[in-house]
Design a binder for this molecule. Structure first.
Ligand SMILES: *Cc1c(COP(=O)(O)O)cnc(C)c1O
Length: 514
């Protein structure tokens, strides 16, 4: 999630936001612009193997008529190019990244080292099970660990991200109902849900029924009971919800949904809040996705790769996607660990075995932390968010001001009413202080929302600096002598972008690059 609104504030100096360039005016030259014929960043050893004539390799009809244009650069120029680009970014390795709902924690480097082990990174996905027993052991161990953490019976590791896990979960829901001879039409989601939830419901062929939140920011139980009937295939919830609040009525919710024969789907994006403390399985959920790139530490935010395993209760295991690495041998002579597709599988949801190196990182993270460590992750994440809640009360409204979980949602409504300063302006101003912006305008049920997730990896000093910066920005909003907040950021390579145009014009035009 990020800003969903463009422009605003007291007017950017460059005029209307829609005329702002997509890339900075001083953008880096491309690799093509840096290219010089004859330079290269590689060299091949001579092998003594005689060259094969091109005619024998590729028939004339399949050959290009012109040479392909590939940038030609020395290793030194190439390294310089990417290093310069990396300096134009803000990353979790650089500082606090409190982008709510995304769990942008620091990712320990040991997990990268594990994923880079040649035996893991170098294995071919099509290698027969007998040649990659170590990989299968790793996948089985990860599946078991995720089932212990969530209180589930079996899992698929294939889905590529949370959203892919959601669709997988809904297809599992459908398969289960159909196996009982039932066709159901609707899936319930609360009005605080992440946008991927209703999108997945629609993609899964169901109709969305929305239930409102009550004055405590939780699912309104009476409103939920009013929409429950035999057409309900299930409900999708995240707990803690997107307000960072724990659904205290979860057992009553689970009871009511199960009573009409529906299933409970757990959106595990907020799993960081409850690791080793409480399990979705114990709350009554039947299906759980996990965002390994969030909770279990894979760098993310640039578009992937991620992993969104889906774990399920016993009654749904026969429907899981396959093949799954498994210990049960199908023949006596074969290897100990084999690939097996469950009996009534819904089929594949990813090529090969999913984004395998993200899976390796996640197992590394789980083993390095251990059970106690994961418990401490959740405790510290919750403590950090509550500490910020107390510090930010001074200048921001906290719409549901009671103990939160791993993130806190505050509102800049008062700043907007009194000073015309929006949540977006606060977020853009914060970039100037060396922090990434929080998520803004989400969840939708909070006006001028700033959703702040500090995660467990930030130190007390960093939290102090973040709270000071946010409070100082609120004071600036009220001050006539400060730079207007709508002018920020001032020093980033790209200042304010036109978000609507950025989303619609995916290929930067020559005009946009000016
Ligand atoms: C991130 C997130 C998702 C989607 O997960 P992806 O891995 O980005 O596909 C779903 N729900 C919530 C609450 C999230 O924060």
């Amino acid at each position: 999630m990020s800003a969903t609104s463009s422009g605003g504030g007291r007017g950017a100096p460059g005029g209307r936001a829609s005329s702002a360039p997509l890339l900075g005016r001083d953008s880096e030259p491309t690799l093509f612009e840096l290219s010089h014929p004859g330079r290269s960043a590689y060299s091949f050893r001579t092998t003594g193997v005689p060259p094969v004539p091109l005619d024998e390799l590729v028939p004339e009809t399949h050959r290009r008529s012109e040479a392909v244009r590939i940038p030609e650069l020395s290793e030194r120029d190439l390294t310089g190019h990417f290093t310069r680009l990396s300096h134009r970014q803000f990353s979790v390795d650089l500082g606090a990244y409190p982008l709510g709902s995304c769990t942008m924690k620091y990712n320990p480097k040991v997990c990268d080292a594990i994923a880079a082990l040649p035996g893991l990174a170098g294995a071919h996905p099509a290698a027969p099970a007998s040649l990659v027993q170590g990989w299968l052991a790793l996948l089985i161990q990860l599946e078991e660990a995720l089932c212990i953490i969530t209180g589930m019976a079996g899992a698929t590791l294939q889905p590529a991200a949370g959203a892919a896990g959601e669709l997988t979960g809904l297809l599992l829901m459908r398969a289960w109902h159909e196996s009982r001879g039932q066709t159901r039409g609707t899936v319930i989601i609360p009005d605080s849900a992440h946008g991927t939830n209703p999108a997945s419901v629609t993609l899964g062929g169901y109709r969305v029924v929305t239930v409102p939140s009550d004055e405590r920011g939780c699912v309104d139980l009476a409103a939920l009971r009013a929409v429950l009937d035999e057409d309900v295939a299930g409900i999708m919830l995240t707990n803690p919800n997107t307000l960072g609040l724990f659904e205290e009525d979860i057992e009553a919710i689970a009871g009511a949904v199960h009573e009409v024969g529906g299933l409970l789907y757990y959106d595990g994006a907020n799993l960081n809040a409850i690791l080793g403390v409480v399990r979705p399985g114990d709350m009554g959920f039947d299906i759980v996705h996990m965002n390994l790139h969030k909770t279990f530490a894979t760098p993310h935010g640039g578009g992937g790769p991620g992993a969104g395993p889906v774990a399920v209760a016993e009654h749904l295991v026969p429907f899981l996607p396959g093949p799954r690495a498994t210990r049960s041998r199908t023949d006596t002579d074969g290897p100990d660990l084999v690939w097996q597709t469950p009996e009534r599988s819904i089929g594949r949801v990813h090529s090969w075995h999913g984004n395998a190196l993200v899976l390796a990182r996640a197992l590394g993270y789980i083993l390095v932390n251990g059970g106690d460590g994961l418990h401490r992750v959740a405790e510290t994440a919750v403590l950090n968010a509550n500490w910020l809640r107390h510090r930010l009360r001074e200048h921001y409204e906290v719409p549901f001001d009671r103990p939160c979980m791993h993130e806190v949602v505050v509102s800049a409504r008062r700043l907007r009413q009194e000073h015309g300063v929006r949540a977006l302006d606060v977020a853009k101003r914060l970039l100037e202080e060396g922090f990434h912006a929080p998520t803004v305008y989400f969840p939708l049920i909070v006006d001028e929302a700033l959703m702040i997730e500090p995660t467990e990896t930030e130190s007390p000093e960093t939290l102090e600096a973040l709270a000071d910066a946010l409070n100082r920005i609120a004071e600036e909003a009220a001050s006539a002598t400060s730079e207007p907040l709508g002018h920020y950021p001032l020093s980033t390579p790209v200042r304010r972008v036109d978000e609507a145009r950025a989303a619609r014009t995916l290929i930067p035009t020559a005009d946009a690059r000016r």
